[in-house]
Structure formats: C-alpha cells, structure tokens
Design a protein around this ligand. Structure first.
Ligand SMILES: Nc1ncnc2c1ncn2[C@@H]1O[C@H](COP(=O)(O)OP(=O)(O)OP(=O)(O)O)[C@@H](O)[C@H]1O
Ligand SMILES: Nc1ccn([C@@H]2O[C@H](COP(=O)(O)O)[C@@H](O)[C@H]2O)c(=O)n1
Length: 210
C-alpha cells in the first residue's frame, strides 16, 4: 500500500505521515528533507539557490546532511522552496522518491507533489491543511523549543511566502490531487488528526480502486 500525504508548510502532514507509517508498519519518507538537503548544500558550497545550475550541482549531496539538525531551520525551509521550483532539481530527485514508494509492501511519503507526480496511483491520498495562523503558531512553538528566537510574525510571513512559491511555481506546484481526501487540522488535536487520517485511508483502501 502506498500512502501519499501532501499539504502546505507546517500543516501537520509529517506528523500524520509518521503516525500512519507506524500504524501500518510501513517505511516513511519526508520528501521535504531532500529539498532541504539540496538547499543546505547550495549554501555550504557558496552557490546561489535561485540559479538552476547551482541548485542542480547540489542535488548530489552528501547523505550525511540528511541528519543535520540545521536542515529543520526556518531559513533552510525558505531556501528549499527556492531550489524546489527548478524543474531540473525536481527531475534529479524524482527517481529516488519513486523507488522509495515502489518498495515491496509499500510506503508512506509526505511532501507537496506525492499524490500528483511521485505516486499518482497511490492507494490512499490525503491533503492536509490548516489556517496559516494556526500553522505559524505551531511552527513557532516548535522552533522556540529548539532555542530559536524567531518571532511569530516572521514565521507567519515565511509560511505565507513559502505557500506562494510552492503553489505558484510551474513545475509540480502544490495542489490537491483530484482524488485526494482533504483533512483540515486547524481545530484538531494531533491524536484526532491521526485518527481521522486512518479513517480516510481505510475508506480509500476499501473503495479498492487501487
Ligand atoms: N493537529 C495538531 N495540533 C497541534 N499541533 C500540531 C498538529 N499537527 C502537527 N502539529 C505540530 O505542528 C508542527 C508542524 O507539524 P509537522 O512538522 O507535522 O508539519 P509539516 O506539514 O510536516 O511541516 P513541513 O512542511 O515544514 O515539513 C509540529 O511541531 C507538530 O508537532
Ligand atoms: N515533495 C516536495 C517536498 C518539499 N518540497 C519543497 O521543499 C520545501 C521544504 O519542505 P518541507 O516539507 O520540509 O516544509 C517546501 O517548501 C517545498 O518548496 C517540494 O517542492 N516538494
């Protein structure tokens, strides 16, 4: 079974995808980390994230960067949304994600284009969303817990800028797949969101289309 979980920044899709992976005993890939790894590598090489050739040069990143705590910073998330708009960067990371999805038994992947591009035939597709202010409050609390002093207003502005770039790009923009089930977590606890996600997966699975 392949489960595709898409949605905007800090909507809770990673939390839900990890819980689904645990529930179904499937491996999980946070595809945003791949774009973050490219962004951090671009920075470390002193390259320009807005230049496609520079970003492509960083796609062959050292795997150890995936474990770097810096990857989770707000600044790297911003730059990730710049490198991810380049079609050649997306092409370079495509097969790795498709291979992960195609492993025996299946997988859970979360990102922006899983249900639309990476695994259009996924067994179940969720589109996780939440109001921008709610997402900013959650992300702000998370960043504060890691010692960051970034303000809530800045986090909200960054989330809005990232949404605009992710939704507005020509290559694999963030959009709900026509056959994805929407899940708005604005007024749901983590536990309630996960429970609802499991119900949605079960409903799509039992529909038995794929
Ligand atoms: N329903 C919820 N209620 C309260 N907090 C939540 C909920 N869902 C997620 N969170 C918290 O919000 C923050 C963002 O969640 P998460 O990392 O899952 O989002 P994401 O969509 O994967 O983000 P990104 O796109 O940046 O990777 C985390 O601190 C998480 O614990
Ligand atoms: N499938 C994906 C996943 C991510 N991106 C881009 O990476 C940025 C960081 O992703 P997070 O999930 O860690 O927030 C995100 O803003 C996107 O620009 C993507 O394009 N496709």
């Amino acid at each position: 079974m392949i489960i595709a979980v898409d949605g905007p920044a800090a909507s809770g899709k990673g939390t839900i995808a990890r819980a689904l992976a645990r529930h179904y005993g499937l491996p999980h890939l946070d595809t945003g980390l791949l774009y973050r790894a490219v962004a951090l590598t671009v920075e470390r090489l002193g390259l320009d994230p807005s230049r496609e050739a520079d970003a492509v040069a960083a796609c062959d990143f050292d795997e150890r960067v995936l474990a770097d705590p810096l990857l989770r910073s707000d600044a790297v998330g911003q730059r990730a949304s710049i490198v991810s708009a380049h079609p050649l960067v997306r092409a370079s990371l495509l097969q790795r994600q498709r291979r992960f999805a195609a492993q025996p038994g299946g997988a859970v992947l979360d990102g922006r284009d899983i249900g639309t591009v990476i695994a259009p035939d996924a067994t179940a597709k969720l589109f996780v969303k939440a109001a921008a202010q709610v997402r900013a409050r959650r992300r702000h609390a998370e960043l504060q817990a890691t010692g960051s002093s970034i303000g809530l207003d800045q986090v909200l502005a960054d989330i809005r800028a990232r949404d605009a770039r992710d939704e507005g790009r020509a290559a694999a923009p963030l959009v709900q797949a026509a056959d994805a089930a929407p899940l708005d977590t604005s007024n749901l606890s983590i536990e309630a969101s996960v429970q609802r996600a499991i119900e949605m997966v079960e409903a799509q699975r039992n529909r038995g289309v794929r």
